[in-house]
Write a protein that binds this ligand. Structure first.
Ligand code: PLP
Length: 396
């Protein structure tokens, strides 16, 4: 019997490091391993690699190199943005606006601030997961110091109207942060026209390694230091820089920008094919997230009457590696806060499946995935008391 082909369809959770990125990083581990803070040649060589990477990442988003700060991950960037602005502006006010569908790195940072006396407004989203810019306008108060709305959602792929929200923040002179971890490399980001003050990035979502991230801080933005230590990162984030990963991150970001048009075409064709086929083949199924304002690689379904966890286990058996939501919450049995926020009742939020395509995804995998899903959903519904109750009610 031939082994089941393994198909990785969880690129929103993480991506493999691409070969070009490995090639860019490898010599730095053993040859150019100097500490960028050392004055001698090897250190200065590492410093040059670091600053070159900073410039290249800045170019990807039309920023200035000195506006890019390296961090250890997207979570750190979100923490720094939110807690750093809160601390720097605490005398001005203690009110922060965010949305109900942010990543936990943002939500839990806000909760930590709430425990210190900050007031947080969690904006609702519509049934597609979009924040209404006018709701941001209405929520702004004289003591509002920060608005944090993600660029694209990690579970349902919905892209937010960031330009409009940013313009409202600018009008009211409120600092605006956006978590761009899922958006980076997938959709264009141009800070020369986009009214944002802070953007969070993470390497491992765009084929660089885990453990490297960045925070874009627009020049003039008031933000406190997050990591006390040495003078690295213009005295704002102590800690010896992870030069190999930072160089890998720059390479991966550049490649993503260069290949964006081609990737979007490839990924959105797979996405749309899967959506169409599954909605046709599996009754009582809902597509979560916006139909068009959506990341090119994201599909998120709710299958009524069954549990997402069971679907995942059976899909794994068929060779498909998918997710029921964000990687950080899978393993918890609570339904996704994102699906609840778009209005799904608990039982529907439990039956969700996220498929996120990537560079290696192939059209031929779609039909096998659809076939597998048809079998899995039907088997699970056969043993579902909810489905049985539904059928009984239907028969009267
Ligand atoms: N923000 C979003 C939207 C994410 O999807 C993730 C990762 O899943 C993060 C932040 C956290 O990034 P990291 O894993 O680099 O800490």
């Amino acid at each position: 019997m031939s082994a089941t082909k393994r198909v990785y369809l969880d690129h929103a959770a993480t991506t493999p490091v691409r070969p070009e990125v490995m090639d860019a990083m490898l010599p730095i581990f053993q040859e150019h391993f100097g500490n960028p803070s050392s004055f001698y040649h090897r250190g200065q060589e590492a410093k040059r690699l670091l600053e070159d990477a900073r410039q290249r990442i800045a170019t990807c988003i039309q920023a200035q190199a000195h506006e890019i700060y390296f961090t250890s991950c997207g979570t750190e960037s979100d923490n720094w943005a939110i807690k750093g602005v809160a601390r720097a502006l605490e005398k001005k006010g203690r009110h922060i606006i965010t949305s109900k569908i942010e990543h936990h790195a943002v939500l839990h940072s806000c909760e930590a601030l709430a425990a210190q006396g900050y007031e947080i407004t969690y904006l609702d989203v519509d049934a597609d997961g979009r924040v209404d810019p006018q709701a941001v306008r209405q929520a702004i108060r004289p003591d509002t110091i920060l608005v944090s709305i993600m660029m694209a959602n990690n579970e349902i792929g919905t892209i937010q109207p960031i330009a409009e929200i940013g313009a409202i923040c600018q009008e009211h002179k409120v600092t605006f942060h956006s978590d761009a971890v899922q958006a980076a490399g997938a959709i264009p980001i141009d800070v020369s026209t986009l009214p944002v003050d802070l953007l969070s990035f993470s390497g491992h979502k765009l084929y660089a390694p885990k453990g490297v991230g960045a925070l874009y801080i627009r020049r003039g933005t008031r933000i406190a230091t997050f990591m006390d230590g040495g003078a690295q990162e213009r005295n704002r984030r102590g800690g010896t820089e992870n030069v190999p990963y930072i160089v890998g991150f720059a390479k991966a970001f550049e490649l993503a920008m260069a290949e964006m048009a081609e990737n979007t075409k490839h990924l959105s064709a797979l996405r749309d094919d899967l959506i169409e086929k599954v909605l046709k083949a599996v009754p009582h199924t809902r597509l979560n997230g916006h139909l068009t304002e959506r990341l090119p690689n994201n599909v998120n379904f709710s299958f009524e009457f069954i549990e997402g966890e069971s679907i995942l286990i059976m899909l794994d058996h068929f060779g498909f590696e998918c997710s029921s939501g964000s990687a950080c919450t899978s393993g918890s049995l609570d339904p996704s806060h994102v699906l609840l926020a778009i209005g799904l009742p608990h039982e529907k939020a439990h039956g969700s499946l996220r498929v996120t395509f990537g560079k290696s995804s192939e059209a031929e995998d779609i039909d096998r995935l659809v076939e597998s899903l048809v079998k899995i959903v039907s088997r699970l519904r056969d043993i579902s008391p909810l489905y049985e109750a539904y059928l009984k009610e239907k028969q009267g």
